[in-house]
Write a protein that binds this ligand. Structure first.
Ligand SMILES: [Mg+2]
Length: 286
């Protein structure tokens, strides 16, 4: 079936996570040290290294279950590291599994994330403009679906000077494991757990909010999952749900791709492709 819709993830897919990540990590670490003391640098870096070492079994969990590998990007890794760091500090208001401490830690993490993310200068990939223009020339509909806010991403895309604006659907909360509020598009056939080789914890594909956002795009454009290509840099977060719904998927490979991510792509067969450069997706456009 010919493609009629291409959906891009934003952070790490259209942006250069290497350059952005460095800015983000420095800003985040700076704030952590200002809050907890400049002598905590080593403890902070140990926490970050621990997260990287324990991923992907260590998953990013925003309260509904593990949703992505803990090292999937610097934003996720910092959020997880903060939890470990606070537990190491053994502060009663921030440490351990007490619900109040978890909540306070979550709020602190949210505030630090917003501040560090908000301060960074967006760094796009060198081929982002070329790929977006080629996508718009190849299919009738191109959209960005992202966990970031619609307004912020729309604002970040503006300086690219694209020949026409691209619709952004933000706040997709792809990490939220929940039931969708709408039906259709094959969601009934998507199971709640998927055990894949190379990962002991199960994948949880039912991302209710992400599905609702995708379903809105399909309704708005009059397209189907089978006519859609989804492009993302985190297999578990961006590609598993649309892939199981019948969409084609393209993985823009991170530097460290886990074996279970490759196993998922193999399970999708010919519908799945991957490449290190964003422009590798152009081979899908014929
Ligand atoms: Mg991403």
């Amino acid at each position: 079936m010919p493609l009629r819709l291409i959906i891009f993830d934003f952070d790490g897919t259209l942006t250069d996570i290497g350059r952005e990540g460095d800015q983000f990590e420095a800003a985040y670490e700076g704030m952590v040290l200002r809050i907890f003391g400049q002598d905590r640098r080593e403890a902070w870096r140990t926490a970050i290294a621990g997260v990287r070492a324990d991923a992907p079994e260590l998953g990013w969990d925003m309260g509904s279950g593990a949703a992505a590998p803990g090292d999937a990007d610097p934003y996720i890794a910092a959020t997880l590291a903060l939890g470990r760091f606070c537990t190491e500090l053994d502060l009663p208001t921030l440490s351990g599994e007490d619900p109040k401490a978890r909540k306070t830690r979550g709020e602190l993490g949210g505030a630090l994330y917003q501040a560090a993310y908000g301060a960074l200068h967006p760094a796009f990939r060198e081929d982002t403009v070329r790929v977006l223009e080629a996508a718009m020339a190849a299919v009738p509909f191109v959209r960005v679906v992202t966990n970031s806010s619609t307004a912020k991403v729309t604002e970040k895309l503006r300086p690219l000077g694209l020949s026409r604006p691209i619709g952004v659907a933000g706040d997709a909360r792809k990490f939220e494991i929940s039931e969708p509020t709408t039906q259709g598009f094959g969601i009934g056939g998507v199971g709640s757990v998927w055990q894949v080789p190379g990962l002991r914890r199960p994948i949880q594909p039912r991302r209710g909010r992400y599905f609702d956002v995708l379903a809105d795009v399909w309704r708005d454009t009059g397209t189907t999952p089978q006519e859609t290509l989804v492009v993302g840099d985190i297999v578990e977060l961006d590609l598993v749900l649309p892939g199981l719904l019948g969409a084609s998927v393209h993985y823009v490979a991170r530097e460290r791709t886990h074996s279970y991510e490759s196993a998922i792509l193999r399970a999708f067969g010919e519908k799945a492709t991957m490449g290190r450069a964003l422009s590798d997706v152009l081979t899908r456009l014929g």
